[in-house]
Design a binder for this molecule. Structure first.
Ligand SMILES: C[S@@+](CC[C@H](N)C(=O)[O-])C[C@H]1O[C@@H](n2cnc3c(N)ncnc32)[C@H](O)[C@@H]1O
Length: 272
């Protein structure tokens, strides 16, 4: 917050520790501290947060992007590499030519979609959400992401309903960090989450598995023959989600762990 208020990073502050703060910086700092003391998450107070090296606008319209979700981005990008596509930071001088499509369902701030666009130079990236308010944030973040935005398409609607029919059978990858908290679990969340982040970004329904199930059931109709789904989940959902992926017809289903060693990312492949 001090960096934000003063406009100086930590090193610059240390180098000039005796400098007298301006009245404007003091007023800004007071405003930030007041919000933080009221329990507002730091990320909303600052108005931006880093995800996959991207500086994303975040406010109460969207979930705050989490470190676990960076693991989801990494797994998704590795899946695309496994399928033989080029992976790596985009050359800013490259054109916007694409030869395959991927989708991020429930994009929120656009975190996963923009990470994929930044790291998959030949991908057309579809980003969808049921919340129009969230999509306004995703659009602002896409606009701020430079040349990659030319390959990102943002659409409103529930899961696959947001996508155009011509994408059926063409998606190389579907990635999602869907809501996966159950209604009873919502009551146990810390106030800093439950009182501030959008309920529709957190809660899936009575069991918490509703969104995961809906995406897995519909995905085979939208994936290319060798395509894959990469989904974030809660560790205690790994067994049930795996069963649902098998029931939907996926040939290979695995669950990978996050940086804390907890089951977090389901990978379901059409071809083993
Ligand atoms: C857990 S948040 C994830 C946001 C972002 N992808 C991230 O990882 O930071 C889930 C997102 O799914 C969206 N969502 C909830 N129900 C949906 C539905 N039926 N169809 C599409 N998106 C939905 C919410 O609005 C929210 O933005």
């Amino acid at each position: 917050m001090l960096e934000e208020a003063s406009g100086l990073d930590a090193a610059a502050q240390a180098a000039d520790a005796d400098a007298v703060a301006t009245q404007r910086a003091i007023d800004t700092m007071r405003g930030l501290v007041t919000r933080r003391v009221a329990g507002e998450p730091l990320q909303y107070v600052l108005g931006s947060w880093s995800f996959w090296g991207l500086d994303l606008l975040v406010d109460r319209r969207v979930l705050i992007p989490r470190p676990e979700t960076e693991v989801v981005a990494q797994v998704a990008i590795e899946e695309v590499r496994r399928l033989g596509e080029r992976v790596g930071r985009v050359d800013p001088w490259a054109g916007a030519l694409t030869h395959y499509a991927v989708a991020d369902l429930g994009t929120g701030s656009g975190a996963l979609a923009l990470a994929l666009a930044a790291s998959l130079p030949d991908a057309e990236v579809w980003a969808t959400d049921a919340s129009d308010a969230a999509l306004d944030v995703a659009r602002a973040n896409a606009a701020g992401s430079g040349t990659t935005a030319a390959r990102v398409r943002i659409e409103a609607g529930s899961w696959f309903e947001a996508l155009p029919e011509e994408l059926r059978g063409r998606l190389l990858l579907v990635v999602s960090n869907p809501p996966y908290v159950s209604e009873p679990e919502f009551a146990t969340l810390p106030a800093e989450v439950a009182d501030w982040e959008p309920r529709g970004a957190l809660v899936s329904g009575p069991t918490g598995l509703e969104a995961i199930e809906a995406i897995l059931a519909e995905a085979p109709r939208w994936l290319a023959p060798a395509g894959a789904v990469v989904l974030e989940l809660a560790p205690h959902q790994a067994i049930d989600a795996t069963a649902r992926a098998r029931a939907a017809g996926f040939a290979s289903v695995t669950v990978l762990t996050d940086l804390a060693g907890k089951d977090r990312v389901l990978v379901a492949r059409c071809v083993a």
